[in-house]
Write a protein that binds this ligand. Structure first.
Ligand SMILES: [Zn+2]
Ligand SMILES: [Zn+2]
Length: 335
């Protein structure tokens, strides 16, 4: 048998570390120990697993003692235990909550080993059969790579007697509620890291982290673009012409904005009145999109006033409206 065969028996890749080999051995030895597994092939499989482990770990020790640098024994770097996986999910808040900061209760989908089967997924060990495809290692060699055996899902055995409590999964859903503080001025798309709330580690190592990506619900008034806040504000056509103060909404309530006289631009930018600053990021602007509103009808009085305004305009057209003055000249030439 070659080293490659031993690797395959243990279901590890040829470049597996000593720690990985040891873990695989422990896992398979537990599974195929004749005391625990009455499968007729268990005894043979257990022996093969142990032999593979011994053959893969022995030469390494021999090399170590042959090594000339015996005076200073090779110092193995401390193998850090494998961490649990990081988990990611979204957390959705209102735009104002995102600006001011808030606390939210997050439901984390969790799993815990099934009590009824001690996490094995099986009613008993009595009816497990070694997988014929991978001969119990749970992995198959394909194109020179080891892949999880599809016939047994990587378990190394098949079972016809799955645990009724967990339908053979070996775990039960155990959702957790977590109260999370969302700091002020976090933008949608930014992440919050919650240490230690990710997946559990397989071998007693540290659990992974939970990453929450902030999302915001659509707001009835505001549209957030990066950190600028856009808002459409209807304004009467008279106010647009006369200029003056109008009230506009911000994330902090209402605010007065001064319209320039005879405003022509449909857009007013209020610096730093948008999404609040955070760290080195400056506050965004409030961009007010003016939506001029024409009255549905005019009163007699309004008509008279507008007529008067028009007459005054025609008297000083050259200065008040050069475009109209130029147009009148063109018309004259065309007469
Ligand atoms: Zn298999
Ligand atoms: Zn179960």
């Amino acid at each position: 048998m070659s080293a490659a065969d031993f690797h395959q028996i243990l279901g590890v890749t040829p470049d597996a570390s000593a720690a990985e080999i040891k873990r695989a051995y422990k896992r398979l030895a537990m599974r195929w120990h004749p005391d625990r597994n009455p499968d007729p092939q268990a005894h043979d499989q257990f022996r093969r697993v142990r032999e593979a482990f011994e053959r893969l770990t022995q030469p390494a020790e021999d090399e170590a003692t042959d090594n000339a640098a015996e005076a200073s024994p090779p110092h193995k770097p401390r193998q850090s235990r494998p961490r649990g996986p990081d988990h990611r999910q979204d957390v959705t808040v209102d735009l104002t909550e995102a600006a001011r900061g808030t606390t939210v209760t997050v439901t984390i989908e969790g799993r815990e080993p099934c009590d009824d089967c001690d996490g094995s997924g099986q009613r008993s060990y009595g009816r497990t059969n070694m997988c014929g495809s991978c001969h119990g290692s749970g992995r198959l060699r394909r194109n020179g790579k080891l892949e999880t055996c599809g016939d047994c899902g990587g378990k190394g055995f098949t079972t016809d007697n799955s645990c009724p409590s967990c339908q053979g999964r070996g775990w039960q859903p155990a959702d957790r509620q977590l109260v999370v503080t969302v700091p002020p001025a976090l933008l949608p798309g930014e992440e919050l890291r919650i240490a230690g709330q990710g997946g559990p580690a397989p071998d007693g190592g540290e659990p992974g982290d939970l990453y929450l990506t902030l999302r915001t619900r659509p707001h009835p008034l505001f549209r957030l673009q990066h950190h600028d806040l856009h808002v459409a504000v209807p304004v009467s056509i008279f106010r647009m012409l006369a200029g003056g103060a109008i009230e506009v909404p911000t994330l902090d309530g209402l605010r007065e904005v001064l319209l320039p006289e005879a405003a022509t631009s449909a857009e007013i930018r209020v610096p730093e009145a948008g999404f609040p600053a955070r760290g080195r990021r400056k506050a965004g602007d409030l961009v007010v999109h003016l939506a001029p509103q024409h009255p549905a009808f005019l009163s007699k009085e309004q008509k008279a006033m507008l007529e008067m305004a028009e007459q005054v305009l025609q008297h000083q057209l050259a200065s008040q409206s050069p475009a109209l003055a130029a147009w009148n000249n063109l018309l004259d030439a065309h007469r």
